[in-house]
Design a protein around this ligand. Structure first.
Ligand code: BES
Ligand code: MN
Ligand code: ZN
Length: 508
């Protein structure tokens, strides 16, 4: 990953490949943002005019390159657009800084070292800039010819080194903010790698092995239930979904514990390593990106490891419900009835509604430990994408205050989310003549129907929320801000924040 340092160096004297400055959209044209004073001075105070001449407007994400003024030890100045100038010039929001740092880091792929002379007023700003840079510099090139060592040949290597100018390397709060950013972003980028990994290499057993490796590295407890153990335990949902695949399912339990923990947070992730739809096969055009259907499990995995690396005073258990959804002679058929881990029976009317089946077993397993709260994360429904678009995840919960707290936490870390209801009247659409419940209900409000299904498998009295990340998990369009094409790491930062809030006693 990109190396990040706090630096007291002045822009002119920094030996780097580029100096990054901010330019905002003012009422009368582009304005230079705080942090770039030395660069502006070297341009005789005409930097805003120079940028305007070059066509810069200050629009969010815009990138303008200009030669550094004489006397600078770096050859290039890169101006990144911040969007509308805030009323008080100093107060650029955290998400504005994150996106600008991300856009700059992306634009500097192929370059070794950059000094970021962006607005930096306090430790929180340093954390936001660090996150933006570390997430924006991400590239997935494992499968490019000759692998990682020949990045330069196969496109441009990610920006290797970032110095945050105006940072205070000896200030505890600044150091902590940058260290937190590095831990969270490294794990988030690992989640992106897992999501981007092709499904012929990432299947339940290989995902479980990766989790075991990380657990060993970070001192977590890990337990892997293979198909034998799942059969013995009666995990009919996970087994039913995995029944058609050559690669057998797994349930992974990752536990992080702290001796001073007062609360226990359980996280449950959907880990369908490939969703073909099963016997209810998806048509072409709907299956090309379905390797992303384990994004929930990847987010949970990343969040548990990040909580451990941050040493949070809370117990966090991550449950990864891993299966491949394939059609075959041994696959579950529409019409089959599964006996779930909770004991309830489910009539499978559509094998493409598989996520709720694996989640049901994992939710019940999580419930048996009686945690203070359960948060599940899943690329669960296309309906949620239709409702909220491709950048916002939906939050459903059995507790309105909890749903609100999660929405707030998401906003705090820069993730777009929106509270969604669980309308009681939609439950009867899942009534089955044969079993306790069917895995499909009314088509309208499909995301909420799925949420209602999951609720049936949450233990009595446990505070629970469900994040449907089907929209934001995988970016099929071009990169923007600090978000790359492909796996995004959606929900990781929100989950880490929830673990922090739980540790502080401010949640659940
Ligand atoms: N994995 C899909 C949901 C999905 C769709 C995720 C698009 C990301 C992008 C899920 O398993 C699914 O197929 N859901 C069905 C449910 C339906 C059959 C009730 C859907 O949303 O169409
Ligand atoms: Mn499906
Ligand atoms: Zn799915």
């Amino acid at each position: 990953m990109t190396a990040l340092t706090l630096s007291t160096a002045a822009a002119p004297g920094l030996r780097a490949d580029a100096i990054v400055i901010g330019v905002a959209k003012g009422t009368k044209g582009p304005v230079v943002a705080p942090g770039a004073e030395a660069v502006d001075t070297a341009y005789d105070g005409r930097l805003a005019d120079v940028l305007e001449t070059l066509g810069a407007s200050g629009a969010e994400g815009e990138v303008t390159k200009l030669p550094a003024p004489s006397g600078f030890k770096s050859p290039l100045v890169l101006a990144v657009g911040l969007g509308a100038q805030p009323e008080k010039d100093a107060e650029y929001g955290a998400e504005t800084l994150r996106r600008a740092a991300g856009a700059a880091a992306r634009a500097l792929a192929g370059v070794k070292k950059a000094g970021f002379a962006l607005p930096l007023a306090d430790a929180a700003d340093a954390g936001a800039l660090a996150e933006g840079a570390l997430l924006g510099a991400y590239a997935f090139d494992t499968y490019k010819e000759n692998g990682k060592d020949s990045r330069a040949k196969n496109g441009r290597a990610p920006l290797a080194e970032v110095a945050l100018l105006g940072g205070k390397p000896r200030d505890k709060a600044y150091k902590a903010a940058v260290e937190r950013a590095a831990a969270v972003c490294e794990e988030l980028n690992r989640a992106r790698d897992l999501i981007n990994m092709p499904p012929n290499d990432l299947y339940p057993a290989s995902f479980a092995a990766i989790a075991q490796g990380a657990a060993k590295e970070h001192g977590l407890k890990v337990q892997v239930l293979d198909e034998k153990a799942l059969t013995k335990g009666g995990y009919g949902g996970i087994l039913g979904v995995g029944a058609g695949a050559a690669a057998a399912p797994r349930l992974v339990k990752l536990s992080y514990t702290h001796s001073k923990a007062k609360k226990h947070l359980a996280l449950v992730g959907k880990g369908i390593t490939y969703d073909s739809g099963g016997i209810s096969l998806k048509p072409a055009g709907h299956n090309e990106t379905m390797k992303c259907d384990m994004s929930g499990a990847a987010a949970v995995f990343a969040a548990v490891v990040a909580a451990a690396r941050l040493g949070l005073e809370v117990n966090v258990t991550g449950w990864l419900a891993l299966a491949e959804n394939m059609p075959s002679g041994s696959a579950t058929r529409p019409g089959d009835v599964l006996r779930m881990y909770s004991g309830k029976t489910v009539e499978v009317l559509n094998t493409d509604a598989e996520g709720r089946l694996v989640m049901a077993d994992a939710l019940w397993a999580a419930s048996l430990e009686k945690p203070d709260a359960i948060v599940d994360v899943a690329t669960l429904t296309g309906a949620m994408m239709l409702a909220l678009g491709s950048r916002t995840f939906g939050i459903m919960a059995n507790d309105e205050a909890f749903r609100g707290a999660i929405h707030e936490a998401a906003e705090e870390v820069g993730e777009d989310a929106w509270p969604m209801p669980l309308p009681e009247h939609l439950r009867k659409g899942m009534d089955s003549p044969t079993a306790d419940i069917a895995n499909m209900g009314e088509r309208m409000g499909g995301g909420l129907v799925a949420g209602l299904f999951l609720r049936e498998f949450v233990g009595e009295g446990i505070t629970w929320a469900h994040l449907d990340i089907a929209g934001p998990a995988f970016n099929e369009q071009g990169p923007f801000g600090y978000t790359p094409k492909g796996g995004t790491g959606s929900a990781v930062r929100t989950l880490v924040r929830l673990a922090e809030l739980t540790a502080a006693g401010d949640l659940g």
